[in-house]
Design a protein around this ligand. Structure first.
Ligand SMILES: Cc1cc2nc3c(=O)[nH]c(=O)nc-3n(C[C@H](O)[C@H](O)[C@H](O)COP(=O)(O)OP(=O)(O)OC[C@H]3O[C@@H](n4cnc5c(N)ncnc54)[C@H](O)[C@@H]3O)c2cc1C
Length: 299
């Protein structure tokens, strides 16, 4: 199956956009901000919080990085203007990190300031391992501007449990995810069961510390374990939330989580860069192809 997925992933950049669009469509909330706002409004009506993400990463010019910062500032203003229950999620390399580190950081700080001005939370997504330490450092500095800042930690990295311990504070807002990038065995756990075990250990450490935990996963057996942990440790529901990506079928599980009084947030990606983004994601992680095909049949 892996060889088949890799073959399709390698061919996708050569397919026309109209052919790839149906694969990407269920997971992308449109190309425009207006389309994404309609989706967030609908999610809010159904009782879900959201976080809005402009698709893209690794910009190639400082102008582009500045444009993305301005686009995000507009997203923040619209969230506030329409009273939406949504934060934003930003990728550091989309705002210039890696190209011009000082500019990348300045753009994140500018968004932290607009988030504060408009009362909108800002989460710094975690990219691949060359950016891990830098992202945590920027996150800590951004917290001095805006209280409602979050970042992300990846359960596949060996370093993550120690990172949680050193980040912990009452102001910490940390999304735990398994991790989407291809990382080497020297720094990252490769075994699926061991990644899940580390995820649970990390969630336990975070929930028993002072920070707020965002439990991001679609893995139903992992959600079972997280719920059992929350119940056995008597964790109050204002200490955590569950998070999922827009469009990934979850059966009735999200309704069940809400019925227990747990907060659920949906990550809503949108933007013109959906094609490049989907291609890059697929090449990095060809198993998404079997997810997408499996999800089609489960719909
Ligand atoms: C809200 C949110 C934010 C995230 N932010 C980051 C981040 O900042 N940095 C980072 O490295 N990773 C991020 N991720 C991705 C994460 O690291 C995982 O790669 C991804 O969620 C798949 O892992 P899983 O926990 O869902 O479990 P898996 O065991 O990989 O997946 C469980 C099931 O979920 C479904 N599924 C999972 N992913 C997809 C998909 N993309 N498309 C369709 N179906 C899918 C499939 O049915 C699969 O069988 C985020 C994930 C979520 C939910």
């Amino acid at each position: 199956m892996f060889a088949f997925n890799s073959l399709i992933a390698g061919l996708i950049p050569y397919f026309p956009k109209w052919f790839v669009r149906p694969f990407a469509k269920p997971y992308v909330a449109g190309e425009s901000l207006d389309e994404a706002i309609d989706i967030v409004r609908d999610l809010n009506k159904k009782g879900y919080a959201a976080t809005m993400d402009i698709l893209g990463e690794f910009v190639e010019s400082t102008d582009e990085a500045n444009q993305i910062k301005d686009d995000y500032a507009q997203v923040i203003q619209r969230i506030a203007e329409y009273g939406l229950d949504s934060t934003i999620s930003v990728k550091p390399t989309h705002l210039g990190l890696g190209l011009d580190d000082a500019l990348g950081e300045a753009n994140i700080m500018a968004l932290a300031q607009s988030g504060k001005d408009y009362g909108v939370g800002v989460t710094i997504d975690m990219e691949n391992s060359p950016y891990t330490s830098q992202t945590f450092d920027i996150y800590k500095r951004a917290l001095s501007i805006h209280d409602n800042m979050g970042t992300v930690i990846q359960a596949y990295l060996y370093r993550s449990l120690d990172d949680i311990k050193s980040l912990d504070s009452p102001r910490l807002n940390l999304r735990i995810c398994k991790g989407i990038y291809k990382e080497s065995p020297e720094i990252a756990i490769q075994n699926r069961t061991a990644i899940n075990d580390n995820y649970v250990e990390m969630a336990k450490t975070l929930l028993n510390g002072d920070g707020y935990a965002c439990l991001a996963t679609h893995d139903l057996s992992l959600i079972d374990r997280l719920e059992a942990l929350i119940e056995s440790e008597n964790i109050p529901s204002d200490r955590f939330e569950f998070q999922v990506l827009y469009g990934v079928p979850m059966g009735k599980r999200l309704e069940a989580l809400k019925a227990k009084g747990y907060k659920v947030r949906v990550y809503v990606p949108f933007g013109e860069a959906w094609f490049e983004y989907s291609v890059r994601r697929l090449k990095e992680n060809p198993k998404i192809i079997s997810y997408v095909m499996g999800n089609w049949f489960r719909r």
